[in-house]
Design a protein around this ligand. Structure first.
Ligand SMILES: Cc1cc2nc3c(=O)[nH]c(=O)nc-3n(C[C@H](O)[C@H](O)[C@H](O)COP(=O)(O)O)c2cc1C
Length: 233
């Protein structure tokens, strides 16, 4: 199995989402030591923002692209190749301003690309875009300063991270049931609620790694962890 790790925090050692990803991958590799992990650190090495030249290059047939246009698409090509190789995508990210950080959004913008990750059929009047990739599992590992972004929670209506990632992930070949989310909350409080959330998230991440690593191709792959302290789906 191939795993692709996307870290989106600009923080390094202090990043909780990075630490959670480490816990997840440590457990995974203990169970499947021969799997490969490719890491792309968008939090430190920011993906380029899209430009008019990028859009024009995308819509130019591959055989007609100039060397300059190929250069403009180089980051996107490399990031999509990594994604296409991956069976499991692990995205570790902070919550910023109630959604994903700009660096992670920039990565999605680079990899959701016409004729590479989705097709576009103008004759299809309702859903013209279709994903070209399939059968991928997404593990979203997030950290938040505040809390209760889950369905029915205090900040349910302020949750723009997981739903946005879920929608974008459709175009990466991730079916809704193949997305799993473990989150740390209360970081800004640093109190006992934060400690409980940390502990719950660590446990949920290890359980999820164990579950996915031991039954990655079976129906159990899509099983949800029961919502517990520190985890949501
Ligand atoms: C610029 C900025 C914006 C943030 N916005 C939010 C927010 O909207 N909601 C929230 O719950 N926490 C917010 N936080 C807190 C972070 O989500 C929290 O510190 C988290 O632990 C960061 O992830 P990391 O530890 O992996 O770096 C924000 C933090 C920063 C620095």
């Amino acid at each position: 199995m191939n795993l692709l790790l996307i870290n989106a925090s600009p923080r390094r050692e202090r990043s909780l989402s990075r630490q959670l990803a480490n816990a997840f991958l440590t457990r995974w590799l203990a169970l499947r030591p021969h799997d490969t992990v490719v890491a792309r650190d968008v939090g430190i090495d920011h993906p380029p923002l899209l430009t008019e030249a990028w859009i024009a290059a995308c819509f130019t047939p591959e055989e007609d692209r100039t060397p300059a246009q190929r250069g403009v698409l180089a980051y996107s090509d490399a990031a999509i190749d990594e994604l296409a190789q991956a069976d499991v995508l692990v995205i570790a990210t902070p919550r910023y301003n109630y959604g994903m950080p700009a660096a992670l959004k920039a990565w999605f913008d680079q990899v959701i690309r016409i004729n590479r990750t989705f097709s576009f059929d103008r004759a299809e009047k309702t859903w013209p875009l279709s994903p070209l990739l399939s059968s991928k599992t997404l593990v979203l590992l997030s950290a938040s300063g505040e809390f209760e972004f889950h369905a029915g929670g205090l900040r349910e209506n302020w949750e723009h991270l997981a739903p946005h990632v879920r929608t974008c992930a459709h175009y990466l070949g991730v079916a809704p049931d193949d997305m799993h989310h473990v989150t740390i909350e209360f970081q800004e409080f640093g109190d006992e609620r934060h400690q409980a959330s940390l502990q719950g998230a660590w446990e949920a991440a290890r359980l999820l790694a164990g579950r996915l690593a031991t039954a990655p191709l079976s129906p159990a792959r899509t099983a949800f962890l029961e919502p517990a302290s520190g985890s949501s789906h």
